[in-house]
Design a binder for this molecule. Structure first.
Ligand SMILES: [Fe+2]
Length: 248
């Protein structure tokens, strides 16, 4: 019954993407769900249950991210840092329905300004603090099909000073806020673009991210011109093991 399974998966993805138009995230846990998960594996189990039906309750997913309490022993095997840019470390591929990953930020490391490929993005800080800077999406069409296809960018690089041939509009900053240990922030393309930074000069930061549906490319943006470039998203490690380095 593989074809039916695929159809259900497609339905789930379609419904999830529709929900990005109205969902804005919840700030506090809900009363009608479990009030805690025992550890990271417990969170993963609950997430698999939440994604096992055709219709995913996205508030429930947000709730689960909120009620998990960070514990170093849970996630230390995924916490791999790089001296040059932040790392993305896959924790669970969510049966192709979500991706759960841990991002490790050395002092001062920052992401590029990026979108989330029409998916939901939950970010929970496990250690330290991260500043999120939101930007309004440019007015031009930002669908995947309009991205430049063969010029990969780097989501781990900061592109503030790049020059471009076409004069376009500078991205407008909307707000900035800092997310601390165990707090969760939420974003999707209907809300804004964002950049995430570990602004500390003395402390590393670690964050847990859930993306649904999963994606393997997103758009990164030049702040000065608003120009969007396709960016494949890659993993520094998967399931606690370093990925092979491939030359581009
Ligand atoms: Fe993001």
């Amino acid at each position: 019954m593989l074809s039916i399974d695929h159809k259900n998966d497609d339905d789930q993805k379609k419904k999830l993407r529709e929900m990005t138009k109205s969902f804005c995230g919840i700030e506090k846990p809900l009363k009608n769900f479990v009030d805690h998960v025992e550890d990271l594996n417990g969170l993963i189990r609950e997430l698999h249950k939440a994604f096992s039906t055709n219709y995913v309750n996205i508030e429930h997913v947000n709730h689960l991210m909120l009620v998990y309490a960070s514990n170093y022993n849970d996630w230390k095997k995924f916490a791999k840092f790089d001296r040059y840019k932040y790392t993305r470390n896959l924790v669970d591929a969510g049966n192709d329905k979500f991706n759960l990953m841990i991002l490790c930020w050395n002092e001062g490391q920052t992401s590029a300004i990026h979108d989330h490929a029409d998916s939901h993005c939950f970010l929970k800080v496990l250690k330290g603090g991260l500043m999120e800077v939101k930007f309004a999406a440019p007015n031009n069409d930002t669908s995947i099909s309009h991205m430049e296809p063969n010029i990969p960018a780097d989501i781990g690089a900061y592109h503030a000073g790049e020059e471009h041939e076409h004069h376009e509009e500078q991205l407008q900053e909307l707000c900035r806020n800092t997310v601390y240990e165990n707090q969760v922030c939420y974003i999707n393309d209907n809300i804004a673009l964002h950049r995430v930074e570990n602004v500390s000069n003395t402390d590393v930061a670690v964050s847990l991210h859930l993306y649904c549906p999963p994606f393997d490319a997103c758009g990164v943006y030049n702040k000065s011109t608003g120009k969007r470039t396709k960016c494949p998203v890659t993993f520094w490690s998967k399931y606690g093991k370093r990925e092979k380095i491939l030359d581009n």
